[in-house]
Design a protein around this ligand. Structure first.
Ligand code: ADP
Ligand code: MG
Length: 391
C-alpha cells in the first residue's frame, strides 16, 4: 500500500531510510534538518490530528500513520506528552526508540518519582496528592514552601502552583475544590533552595554505549527556560561524574536509546534530579554550535543505528530562548558569532519562537558578544541575560 504513495511523492523519497517522529514542533524540525544532512528522510506525526507532515513547512503528506510506521526504519519522538494509543501503536511495530516505558517515565511525574526511588537517585522530597486532604500531609511534611505540579501534561512551567504562604495554601485548596484527583493526581514538592539548575544531555546508542555533553547551567523565568550557559562554569569532575552516574542508572533501567536529558538542582556539591526528558532538550540547543556533533544529529544517529558523533566542545555558548516575540531585525546578524534558529511559528505569549546561540572563543569574548546581542532583542528578553551579564 505504502509503495504507491512513495512513488507518487518526491517528499518521501525512499522507504529504506525513513524515520518517523511523533510530534511536529521545533524539536522535530531541528532533527529533520540534521537528518537531511545525513541523507535520511524524516516525516513527523501531528499528535493531535494524526496527520503525517513535513516538520519544517508543516505540509500534510499523502501518507497515513500506519503507512509511515510500516515504511520506517525507526520511530522516535520529540515530546513525551503523547496520546497513549499513538505510543502503543509505535511500540507495537518494534521500531520505537527509546520505548514506551521511557516515554511514560517522562510523561508522568509519579512514574518518574517511582523510577528514581527504585534506583536510589536523589530527587526532591515530595508527597503524591490523590485527594484534597493530602495537601495537609504535604504541608506537614514539606514545610511552608511547596511547588505543586500536575502529574501529567506539564511543561515550560505550565501545570504548577507555588505555595509560599498560608494564604496561598488557602487559595489553592479553594481552587482545587472541584479538581478530579482520580483523573489527574498532583505531586507536591518541597521548594528547593538550590544554588543553580544544571542539566545533563547524554546519548545512548543501540548497544547501550553512552556519550555525554558537559553539564549546562540553566536559568528560568516563570518556570520556563530562558538562558543556558554551556559548558556550565565551575563544574568539578566529581559533579559531572555524579550526573553521569545518575544518567547511566536511568538509561540502563529504561533500556534507553537516543538522547536523554536530566534536569538537576545543585545543592552544595550534590545533585537532586528535578525531572527527566526522554528526548532532545531545550538546554541542549547550544550543542548546535558548541560541539562537534549536535544533540539532534546524535539522536538521529542513535535511533538510525549509526555510530555516535563526538560530543567534544568546540567553544562556550550562551543559548538565549526567544520567547513570545516576533523575529529580530536582520541587523542582529551584523554581530559576529551569533546564530539564530527560528521555528517559524505564530507569536503567542510564552511561546518558544526560536533561540539564539552566541558563540565565543573564550568566556570573556562570549560575554562581550552577549552584551552586543542585548541591544538587538526586545526588553522582555534582554532582562533574562542578567545572570550572565551581572555576574
Ligand atoms: P517543567 O516540566 O514545566 O519544566 P519543572 O518541574 O522542570 O517543570 O519545573 C520548572 C521550573 O520550576 C524548574 O526548572 C525550576 O526552576 C522550578 N522548580 C520546579 N520544581 C521545583 C522545586 N521543587 N524547587 C524549586 N524550584 C522548582
Ligand atoms: Mg523542567
Amino acid at each position: 500500500m505504502a509503495q504507491s504513495y512513495f512513488s507518487d511523492t518526491s517528499i518521501v523519497k525512499s522507504e529504506s531510510d525513513l524515520i518517523v517522529i511523533l510530534g511536529h514542533g521545533q524539536l522535530a524540525r531541528m532533527m529533520y534538518l540534521e537528518a537531511t544532512q545525513l541523507g535520511l528522510n524524516i516525516v513527523a506525526v501531528n499528535a493531535n490530528t494524526k496527520e503525517v507532515v513535513n516538520p519544517v513547512n508543516k505540509s500534510v503528506l499523502p501518507l497515513s500513520v500506519d503507512e509511515a510506521f510500516s515504511a520506517a526504519v525507526a520511530i522516535t519522538s520529540e515530546f513525551e506528552h503523547l496520546p497513549l494509543e499513538l505510543v502503543e501503536k509505535a511500540e507495537a511495530t518494534g521500531k520505537f526508540l527509546p520505548n514506551a516505558k521511557a516515554i511514560a517515565a517522562g510523561a508522568d511525574r509519579i512514574v518518574e518519582k517511582q523510577l528514581l526511588a527504585g534506583l536510589n537517585i536523589n530527587n526532591c522530597q515530595h508527597v503524591i496528592i490523590r485527594q484534597l486532604d493530602d495537601l495537609e500531609i504535604a504541608k506537614a511534611e514539606l514545610g511552608e514552601r511547596i511547588i505543586l505540579k500536575t502529574s501529567r501534561d506539564g511543561y515550560d512551567g505550565y501545570g504548577q502552583w507555588r505555595i509560599f504562604s498560608d494564604q496561598d495554601f488557602v487559595n489553592i485548596k479553594q481552587e482545587l475544590h472541584s479538581h478530579n484527583f482520580d483523573k489527574m493526581p498532583l505531586v507536591a514538592e518541597r521548594c528547593i533552595n538550590f544554588q543553580r539548575e544544571l542539566s545533563l544531555i547524554g546519548i545512548t546508542d543501540k548497544n547501550g554505549n553512552h556519550l555525554f555533553y558537559p553539564l549546562t547551567e540553566n536559568h528560568h523565568a516563570d518556570g520556563q527556560l530562558v538562558l543556558s550557559i554551556a559548558p556550565a562554569p565551575k563544574v568539578t569532575p566529581e559533579l559531572q561524574q555524579k550526573a553521569e552516574i545518575a544518567y547511566k542508572k536511568i538509561s540502563e533501567q529504561l533500556d534507553y536509546c537516543g538522547v536523554l536529558a536530566i534536569e538537576f538542582f545543585q545543592v552544595g556539591e550534590d545533585l537532586l534530579v528535578n525531572e527527566i526528558a526522554p528526548r532532545v532538550h531545550n538546554s541542549g540547543h547550544w550543542t548546535q554550535q558548541g560541539c562537534a556533533t549536535s544533540q539532534f544529529e546524535n539522536h538521529i544517529r542513535a535511533v538510525a543505528g549509526f555510530p555516535l558523533g563526538s560530543t567534544k566542545v568546540l567553544s562556550p555558548v550562551a543559548m538565549i530562548n526567544y520567547v513570545g516575540h516576533a523575529k529580530p531585525k536582520a541587523d542582529l546578524f551584523a554581530v559576529p558569532n551569533v546564530h539564530l534558529h527560528w521555528y517559524d511559528k505564530s507569536v503567542r505569549p510564552k511561546r518558544k519562537m526560536g533561540h539564539i546561540n552566541v558563540v565565543g572563543n573564550t568566556a570573556e569574548q562570549l560575554l562581550q558578544t552577549v552584551r552586543q546581542v542585548k541591544a538587538f532583542i526586545p526588553e522582555g528578553l534582554a532582562k533574562n541575560l542578567a545572570p550572565l551579564l551581572n555576574q
